[in-house]
Design a protein around this ligand. Structure first.
Ligand SMILES: C[C@@](CO)(OP(=O)(O)O)[C@H](O)COP(=O)(O)OP(=O)(O)OC[C@H]1O[C@@H](n2ccc(N)nc2=O)[C@H](O)[C@@H]1O
Ligand SMILES: Nc1ncnc2c1ncn2[C@@H]1O[C@H](COP(=O)(O)OP(=O)(O)O)[C@@H](O)[C@H]1O
Length: 282
C-alpha cells in the first residue's frame, strides 16, 4: 500500500493580542501566525483493515483517544470514499504543549493527508471547520498560510511578511494554556490594531503573566534578549529570538544552557505540509 509522508510544521505567534472574552469563555484573539520549516513528521499507509486507525512511533505518552492525530482521523472517517484503514507513524520533533502548535499541526496534517488518501474530497474550508472542533489552532495549519487571525484563531487573513531565522527555545516547564486563559491577571482588553500597524507596535499579552507564574520562562526571555529581539509564542513556554541570518542564530544556539531544548528554523509563507501534498498529488 502507498505511503504518504508529510511534515507537521511548528507555528509561531509573532504577536498575540487578547481583545476580549466571549460568553463561552473563549477569548477573542488578534494574532499573527507564521510557520517554520521544522516540525513533526507523519507517514500515512493505507491498510486493508478498514476499521483500523493505528498510531505508531512517538505516541508521546498520550492515550490513543486523546491523541489529536487519532481524533483527526476519527472525525474524517465518516467521509472516506474507499474501504481502507490507516497506519500513522509519528516522528515527534516538537516540544509538547510549548506554544508551537505541535498537536494542532499533527491534527491538521492528518486531516489533509487522509482527505487525499481516503478520497474524501472535502474542501480546505470544510477541513478547517472540522479542525476547529479539535482546537483553536488547527484551522490555520489546515489553511496553511501565514496569516493574521481573529476570533478564537479561525478567522484568517493571509499576509506577506519578511523571512527571518528564529532560535526557538523550550525551557523545561509545561505551561497550561487553560490556566493562563482563566487567570484573573491576564489582560483581555487590547484594542484591535489600526491599519498600517508595525510588528514593533505588538507584543504577547500572555507574556507578563506567564513570566510571573513560570520563572523559567522569565529566565529564558532574559537570556535570549541579550542577543536578539525575543518574544514568547502562544501561551508558552517556548520563546523565539529573531535573527537576520542562519549563522547568527546558530552561534547563539551553540551557547544555549544544556537544560534547555532549542532549534533554529526559517519562517515560511506557506506550510511545508501543503507544498509536499501538492508535489505528491502532481
Ligand atoms: C494560545 C494559542 C494561540 O495560538 O496557542 P498555544 O499557546 O496553545 O500554542 C491558541 O489560541 C490555543 O489554541 P489551542 O491550543 O487549540 O487551545 P485549545 O486546546 O482550543 O484551548 C485550550 C483552552 O485555552 C482557552 N482558550 C483557547 C483559545 C482561545 N482563543 N481562548 C481561550 O480561552 C480555553 O480555556 C480552552 O479550553
Ligand atoms: N500528537 C500530539 N502531539 C502533541 N500534543 C498532543 C498530541 N495529541 C494530543 N496532544 C495534546 O495537545 C497539547 C498540545 O497541543 P498543541 O496544539 O501542541 O499546543 P501547543 O501549541 O501549546 O504546543 C499537549 O499538551 C498534548 O497533551
Amino acid at each position: 500500500m502507498k505511503t504518504l509522508t508529510l511534515s507537521a510544521p511548528a507555528k509561531l505567534n509573532l504577536f498575540l493580542h487578547i481583545n476580549g472574552r466571549r460568553e463561552d469563555g473563549y477569548h477573542e484573539l488578534e494574532t499573527l501566525f507564521t510557520f517554520l520549516d521544522f516540525g513533526d513528521e507523519l507517514a500515512f499507509t493505507l491498510t486493508s483493515n478498514q476499521q483500523e486507525i493505528v498510531i505508531c512511533g512517538d505516541t508521546a505518552g498520550i492515550p490513543l483517544e486523546d491523541n489529536l492525530i487519532y481524533k483527526a482521523a476519527k472525525i474524517l472517517e465518516p467521509y472516506k470514499k474507499i474501504a481502507a484503514g490507516v497506519d500513522i507513524h509519528l516522528n515527534k520533533q516538537l516540544p509538547m504543549g510549548g506554544g508551537v502548535g505541535g498537536g494542532s499541526s499533527d491534527a491538521a496534517t492528518t486531516l489533509l493527508a487522509l482527505n487525499a488518501l481516503w478520497q474524501c474530497q472535502l474542501t480546505i474550508p470544510e477541513l478547517a471547520k472540522l479542525g476547529l472542533q479539535l482546537g483553536a489552532d488547527v484551522p490555520v495549519f489546515v489553511e496553511g498560510k501565514t496569516a493574521v487571525a481573529h476570533g478564537v484563531g479561525e478567522q484568517l487573513e493571509p499576509i506577506d511578511i519578511a523571512q527571518k531565522w528564529y532560535l526557538v527555545v523550550a525551557p523545561p516547564v509545561h505551561v497550561s494554556t487553560a490556566l493562563v486563559f482563566t487567570h484573573p491577571d491576564l489582560p483581555r482588553n487590547t484594542p484591535k490594531l489600526k491599519s498600517g500597524w508595525k510588528l514593533s507596535d505588538t507584543g504577547n499579552d500572555c507574556q507578563t503573566l506567564v513570566k510571573k507564574l513560570y520563572p523559567e520562562v522569565e529566565k529564558t526571555l532574559a537570556w535570549l534578549l541579550k542577543y536578539a529581539p525575543t518574544k514568547m509564542t502562544g501561551t508558552g513556554a517556548c520563546c523565539f529570538a529573531e535573527f537576520e541570518n542562519r549563522e547568527a542564530a546558530l552561534r547563539v544556539l551553540e551557547t544555549l544552557p544544556s537544560s534547555w531544548q532549542g532549534f533554529i528554523a526559517q519562517n515560511t509563507s506557506e506550510s511545508i505540509c501543503h507544498r509536499q501534498l501538492r508535489a505528491w498529488q502532481n
